[in-house]
Design a protein around this ligand. Structure first.
Ligand code: HEM
Length: 426
């Protein structure tokens, strides 16, 4: 029986059973559910909110912040960070102004330098992971624990400027923070408390770091250094606490995402041996542009953010003038399914085929619209380069047959991914 037939058979009044059915299907066959919804009920009202699954409608939700706000998770994010942030607000003050500020300090022209930094730091972490495997007499190592997160955190220390803060702290704090604001729909108080404690820990570390930097005559050439040198008019009230909230917010938008993207991109390439071979050839070219496209296309199949919720704050007709036209009342939570939009058969040609060179608007891995990724220029070099460093080592691959074997260790995201620590090849 298809999903909607089973769902519709449950009386509307039995919301608990409908939710259970929806959660089960989402966990077991999300791609199948979204395919069915796109075809049959592209705007789907559920007790969990309205699921929006088609490409133009997802874009409409994400680019209409005066109607669809981040109010679903904004308050939790503010509690976790202890302060407002671009991703916790919409409208004139924090969001509009500090988006501009973020575009200034996370400058596109940093990209070549960040790429070079990623090459050297990631190679060092990879060498250490291989040496660790050799010492243990092991033929494998854990790509996520031994490489992806420490390499991502090391880049964060050097580029964003978390000087002297242990990488372990950056990773474990952002993990608890991310879970508390982004993947705690039931509002589990323990998850929330752990997230706010982690946010406070990072805030306090960064406050001490800012005090040290202010007391020093040196001003390192990293994002924090740029923030401390930037003067905004006093009436904006942009003090060191705002610098702190923004820097910690940037890390929260980056660390877990980068870690997971490395593992899932390698998985998506490894399950397609012919594509992997092409990507390996592209990785060896001096210009990484052709290789990068493999990574972003791989992530289309497994994005870190498959869906992002919004709160409808004003009665709105979605997809007006189309057969999907749906009135959404104020107060309704809406789920914008990025992962579904990227497979919308009416917009994306042969969406299930792995193809580089698709139009940029078909790849929503870094979000879309009012809250799209502020770190996109950094992300667009760090993520592919972290993957490229691995593919340049022919001995480091998921073992044959274990390409899909990611261990979530009871958490919302993969925590372990075994790869071979074999000879490095010619
Ligand atoms: C590493 C891979 C990354 C991925 C996959 C990623 C993904 C995303 C996505 C999907 C969004 C949209 C969220 C939404 O609409 O609810 C977003 C927003 C954001 N990202 Fe990233 N991101 C990455 C890296 C970074 C980096 C390097 C930074 C900063 C250094 C960053 C900072 C942000 C911020 C501040 C926002 C919120 C922007 C706003 O609310 O206006 N991200 N990111």
């Amino acid at each position: 029986m298809d999903f909607l037939t089973a769902y519709d058979a449950v009386p509307e009044a039995d919301a608990a059973q409908r939710v259970a059915l929806l959660r089960r299907k989402t966990a077991m066959d999300r791609a199948g559910l979204l395919r069915e919804l796109r075809a049959v009920r592209p705007v789907f009202a559920t007790p969990l909110g309205v699921f929006v699954t088609r490409h133009p409608d997802v874009l409409e939700v994400l680019s209409t912040p005066e109607v669809f706000t981040v109010g679903v998770f904004g308050p939790a994010l503010e509690e976790v960070l202890g302060a407002p942030f671009v991703l916790s607000r919409d409208g004139a003050d924090v969001h509009w102004r500090e988006r501009g500020y973020g575009q200034l300090v996370l400058a596109p022209e940093d990209a070549p330098r960040v790429r070079a930094l990623t090459v050297s730091l990631a190679d060092g972490v990879l060498d250490a992971a291989l040496a660790g495997a050799a010492e243990r007499g092991s033929a494998t190592f854990d790509l996520i624990q031994d490489y992806a997160w420490p390499a991502a955190a090391r880049v964060a220390v050097e580029y964003l400027g978390f000087t002297g803060i242990p990488e372990e702290t950056l990773h474990s704090c952002t993990r608890r923070m991310q879970w508390a604001f982004a993947v705690n729909p039931g509002g589990d108080p323990d998850v929330h408390t752990a997230g706010t404690a982690a946010g406070k820990e990072l805030h306090d570390r960064v406050a001490a770091l800012i005090a040290d930097r202010r007391a020093s005559s040196e001003s390192p050439d990293d994002v924090l250094g740029r923030m401390l040198r930037t003067r905004l008019p006093a009436e904006f009230g942009f003090d060191d606490e705002r610098i702190n909230a923004n820097l910690v917010g940037y890390l929260t938008g980056y660390q877990q995402n980068a870690t997971q993207c490395v593992a899932t991109a390698i998985k998506e390439l490894a399950v397609r041996p012919e594509v992997l071979a092409e990507a390996e050839r592209a990785a060896a070219e001096p210009d990484p542009a052709r290789f990068d496209a493999y990574v972003w296309e791989a992530l289309r199949f497994h994005p870190f953010v498959p869906a992002t919720p919004r709160l409808c704050v004003r009665d709105h007709v979605l997809a007006a003038g189309t057969p999907r036209r749906t009135a959404i009342p104020s107060g309704t939570p809406v789920v914008a399914w990025l992962s579904s939009a990227m497979f919308d058969e009416d917009v994306v040609e042969s969406p299930t085929e792995f193809r580089t060179g698709r139009p940029p608007s078909h790849n929503l891995v870094l979000g879309y619209g009012a809250h799209d990724c502020l770190g996109r220029y950094a992300a667009s070099v760090i993520v592919p380069e972290l993957v490229r460093r691995v593919l340049l080592r022919p001995g480091v691959r998921p073992p044959p047959g274990a390409e899909q074997s990611m261990d979530h260790a009871g958490t919302p995201y993969p925590q372990h991914y075994t790869v071979t620590a074999g000879p490095e090849g010619p």
